[in-house]
Design a protein around this ligand. Structure first.
Ligand code: E4P
Length: 217
């Protein structure tokens, strides 16, 4: 299972990278705005900065919603750095753009996916990654994890190579549940990744080991 961090914050990306288990980064326009990164040139520069910190894939989202605009933007993003994966929204022109990028050998991440049908279309169009947003489904009292299970079943039925990138992961249990369901990748905040570390018995056990060591030395 690949671990991506879902942020445009360089400090958090560095911290996750230093842990040694990071496989990539996902961003979106909201995450960029949250870091105060505005203006096309600053945004492009920020993507390159992120690529220079991590070794894996970095999703960079197109803003255009029409085919031609998406193509132009996506090609520009892909040329920025070899680690860039072009993030395309699940809309009609987005599906066309996914197919275009697939045919050109440009890797893609189909974003804003909320149903198995959308995920099936993304796979048919050859997306490298599909991003079902589980947290946002949970937010509206719909089982986000069930969507991961449905997509896994469909993709396995036909051996689709599109990787399931569980997105909108909000907490540690989401990561564990996605791992059980066979998501290929998860993207979440640093706090959710670090939550995997924690267990009170680890802390108390370590404290005891250190105390016993000190008694004999
Ligand atoms: C995915 O790539 C998105 O950036 C992200 O996971 C959305 O998460 P949110 O629902 O917490 O905003």
């Amino acid at each position: 299972m690949k671990f991506f961090i879902d942020t445009a914050n360089l400090d958090q990306i560095r911290e996750a990278q230093a842990l040694g288990v990071l496989d990539g980064v996902t961003t979106n326009p909201s995450l960029m705005a949250k870091e105060g990164i505005t203006g096309r040139n600053n945004i492009l520069k920020h993507y390159v900065d992120i690529c220079n910190i991590v070794e894996g894939d970095v999703s960079a989202e197109v803003i255009g919603t029409e085919f031609k605009a998406m193509i132009k933007e996506g090609e520009e993003l892909a040329e920025l750095h070899e680690q860039i994966v072009v993030k395309v929204p699940m809309i009609k022109d987005g599906v066309k753009a996914l197919k275009y990028f697939t045919d050109k050998g440009i890797r893609t991440n189909c974003t804003l996916v909320f149903s198995p049908g959308q995920a099936l279309l993304a796979a048919k169009a050859g997306a490298t990654y599909v991003s079902p947003f589980i947290g946002r489904l949970d937010d509206i009292s719909t089982d986000g994890l069930n969507l991961i299970a449905e997509i896994r079943l469909i993709y396995d039925n036909y051996a689709f190579e599109t990787q399931i990138l569980a997105a909108s992961v909000r907490h540690t249990m989401h990561i564990i549940d996605c791992a059980k369901l066979g998501a290929d990748v998860m993207t979440g905040p640093l706090s959710a990744i670090e939550g995997l570390l924690k267990h009170p018995l680890t802390d108390s056990g370590l404290a005891q080991f250190l105390a016993d060591y000190k008694k004999g030395n």
